[in-house]
Design a protein around this ligand. Structure first.
Ligand code: NAD
Length: 400
């Protein structure tokens, strides 16, 4: 079910994996190209195998890795586990869109990139202590099912702020400066076409943020210096004094839509925000305004957006997240020339994977040592005696 993940920089984890595998499967260390120092360890295989039960088995989902098992990303933050000899890092043997109960069954903690987690996924989770969602969105995870199964769900708040707001600013500039169209003019030898494409600056424009949480606030900070008007935000749960301290005025959604030159969506997807921006809302936007959705597919009604863009009811849009991901055939929005698209990866940077990975690994390490991690979504699970017993059972050997 699991295969080893070999962080090049994580010697201890690498070493301990092989020692255990040699002990468990009685394989020849030479067959796996194991270095000399490990062959010495094999002599002590009996002792090593006894320590098997006293390890914390951390698995990463298969989508972090190439088919040959090497990491798709240069740094997944696994160095946080350097020296934590009780942590055994592996990856799931196969990728599935929904985690199977057979996949969650053997791990104490799983760091999850894209697979969905349902109640069924957790049916064999007696030894599963935690799921670390690699990012901040958790609409792909059944939170109540995690709590029922005594499984902590945590996310990595803050680790995505910089890459997502940098990507949002990148899109604001690319849209207003017609980057895509001008690039195409040169590629197709239509130099004179440039007269059709006067851009506009961010200066004196108004940013409207839908969902004024960590990312929305970070966006305001990054845009200081562009000379924009004071931003406005719609968020029924945000505090006016917090917003005021950042120079942001909280307004109704309708007021935001009618005043903003950029509507940037940064709320979570739930039943309250699904189709929050539809035909009526797009109809309220200025004709020269842009819409950017880097939050989740389904918050903006895709059919309504298609019509608004096609009829030039708004100036343009940029979309990173879609209903029904992954999108494996050409998307309808791609027919239009006033939209920029990305496959839910506009914020993917080396730093993003490193920083999220560090935080996700730190969360597992904390739990393994009896500490509550940052970013817990279902805090109520800590109040359950059954969870406390499980936590104690799985980690008592490592707690100081
Ligand atoms: N495209 C990507 O790769 C990517 C990367 C990171 C985050 N995201 C998305 O961005 C979202 C925000 O991340 P964050 O770290 O800022 O989360 P956050 O929890 O700090 O902020 C979300 C905000 O949405 C607000 N909100 C809740 N209900 C609302 C409603 N009905 N209308 C308007 N606002 C509402 C909340 O009050 C909160 O302030 C995540 O949920 C995730 O879906 C996407």
């Amino acid at each position: 079910m699991f295969e080893p993940a070999f962080p090049a920089q994580n010697h201890e984890v690498f070493r301990s994996f092989f020692v255990e595998r040699v002990a468990r499967e009685n394989v020849s260390p030479r067959k796996h190209g194991v270095p000399l120092w490990l062959k010495l360890s094999v002599l002590n295989a009996q002792t090593m195998s006894q320590s098997l039960t006293r390890r914390f088995h951390l698995a990463l989902t298969r989508d972090f890795f190439h088919p040959d098992g090497s990491s798709r990303y240069p740094d997944l933050g696994l160095s946080v586990l350097d020296g934590a000899r009780h942590m055994e890092v592996q990856h799931l043997a196969e990728h599935r869109n929904v985690l199977g109960p057979d996949q969650t069954g053997g791990a104490n903690g799983i760091i999850v990139l894209t697979p969905r987690v349902t109640g069924e996924s957790l049916q064999r989770s007696d030894d599963l202590l935690a799921l670390g969602r690699f990012g901040v969105g958790y609409d792909t995870v059944d939170v109540a099912a995690c709590t029922d199964a005594d499984v902590v769900l945590y996310i990595t708040p803050g680790a995505v702020n910089r890459p997502i707001v940098e990507a949002t600013v990148c899109w604001m500039l690319a849209l207003t400066h017609h980057v895509r169209a001008k690039d195409n003019l040169v590629r197709t030898g239509r130099w004179d076409g440039r007269n059709q494409y006067l851009g506009c600056e961010l200066r004196d424009r108004t940013l409207g943020i839908v969902g004024f949480g960590r990312i929305g606030q970070a966006l305001v900070e990054l845009l200081r210096g562009f000379g924009m008007r004071p931003p406005i935000a719609y968020d029924p749960y945000a505090k006016a004094d917090m917003a005021g301290a950042l120079g942001v005025r909280l307004v109704s959604l309708d007021e935001l839509l009618t005043q903003a030159d950029f509507v940037s969506v940064h709320c979570l997807l739930n039943d309250e925000t699904r189709n929050l921006i539809g035909v009526r809302e797009l109809g309220l936007m200025k004709k020269n305004a842009y819409l950017i959705n880097t939050a989740r597919g389904g918050i903006v009604d895709e059919d309504a957006l298609y019509d608004a863009l096609k009829r030039r009811r708004i100036a343009g849009a940029a979309v990173d997240c879609f209903v029904g991901e992954p999108i494996t055939s050409p998307h309808r929005l791609g027919e239009l020339d006033n939209v920029l698209l990305a496959p839910h990866s506009i914020c993917w940077t080396e730093e993003l994977f490193r920083d999220i990975g560090r935080m996700a690994c730190q969360g597992m390490l904390d739990l393994s040592l009896g500490r509550k991690p940052i970013g817990v979504v279902n805090s109520e699970v800590f109040d359950k005696p059954s969870f406390q017993q499980k936590w104690q059972r799985l980690t008592k050997a490592f707690r100081h």
